[in-house]
Design a binder for this molecule. Sequence first.
Ligand code: FES
Length: 507
Amino acid sequence: MMKHHVRIEPIGLEEEVEHLTPLRDVVAKHGVEFPCSGKGRCGNCKVKLLKGNIEIDNKQKTLLEQKHLDNKDWRIACLSTVTEDITLYIEPRGKEVIQTDYSFFKFQPEKGYGIAIDLGSTTIVSQLINLQTNQIEDTTMTINSQTFYGADIISRLSYAMKSTTHLKQLSNLVRDDIRTQIRTFDDNKRQKTRKVVIVGNSVMHNLFGCINITNLATYPFQSPNNAELEFYADELEFPLPPTCKVRFLPNMGHFVGSDILAGIQAIKMQKQEKYQLLIDLGTNGEIALGNKYNIHYASTAAGPAFEGINISQGMRASSGAIYRIDSSGYKTINNTKAKGICGSGLIDSIYLLLKEKKIDNTGAIIESNCHRLPLTEDIYLTDKDIREFQLAKGAISAGIQILLDEANITISEVEHVYLSGGLGNYVDEDKAIRIGLLDGMKKSQILKMNNSALMGAKENLFENNNTEMKIILALAKHCSLETNTKFQDIYCEKLFFPNKIPNDNNI
Ligand code: FES
């Protein structure tokens, strides 16, 4: 088989690949992301060609043109294959923002070390914990390698359903990601590690366990396995002592995973007299409302807009993402050149467009025949992006309303509203309230969580905290939004923005 050299600049790495190797396989490991799952729609997997040539077809030409990229210098990685020696330029990744949590909780000292892992659909965060002191000794974060097979979990479900080989492939990818993360921890401490606790949504749970997920992807959408998954480290080939126990905590329900269960434990919902609300604005919206008597929970098909997915110039909250924007300018994560817009930037933009009367309360662009609105010189929102945001907003706020109705309370009776997930860190709660995403809430109710799921996972490394999960599961009642007769009406109503944006005194 003919081979070719691919050189990646500026890091200067070179590798030999076979003739017709898909370019995506070469560049994915250098941080190029594939937001539309390599379907050749978004153009965000672009790479710069410095030397050599890569043939392009009409589909690629059109996409490059739409992105205003010269087809001499640029290629779309997911539409390209390697047919000769080439040199590419791939912008080095900026410092990653790690969503972690350093809050303190009660624990009884134990021997050795433990590892807590938040297996998210987009990112995976692992922490090495000293079980004697409850000190975090190391933290690592990487992108979930499954993202190439779909930024959203529905695409991954479809891919895994195609064959057992595909299912195993997705399972191996995340297991391998975790192996790589564990290898970065100190050798000596790894050898003293006695337990690992993993949390994630129900799709991650089943894919990690390599469980046939057809039932989760087809009506009536039942998770094939919601139970806790238990392994020994050697079964998973984790670089830890062979008898180290690895637990993937149980799902709360079919589309509500152990990440929410762990989050509920972290905010101690099950111990509170007053109602607490936990909202995870991640790749799918999960909500729990409860206190020490009852916990109602639901998942909404909010779509991944809050993670910047399905937004033309959307991106996750990483280096270069616009996370704050107003009429005087914008801010990016790590203060670098703007590459795109993340969830909190999207909320700010919608607020700005409403305030400047560029869109109306139905989300329509006011100027006739205009389909995109510039936010900066290069970054814009299209009418489709605004619609995408409205669908996510409608699903979340309708889900909250249904849970409040189930508990027979109003939002003013909720003591705290905890925001978790991709948006937790950056969201401007004022603006989220004003545009009706956090409908009717007061700013004083809202508490931002960095990573409540990871904190709950850490708590479960300690024996004395293990009973809490059982208490939560016993209190939990699933609320099915799909079968709720009021959901459609409330959802349609919540798609709209407020007619009048409330002023400072109203929130
Ligand atoms: S165009 Fe390649 S991932 Fe979207």
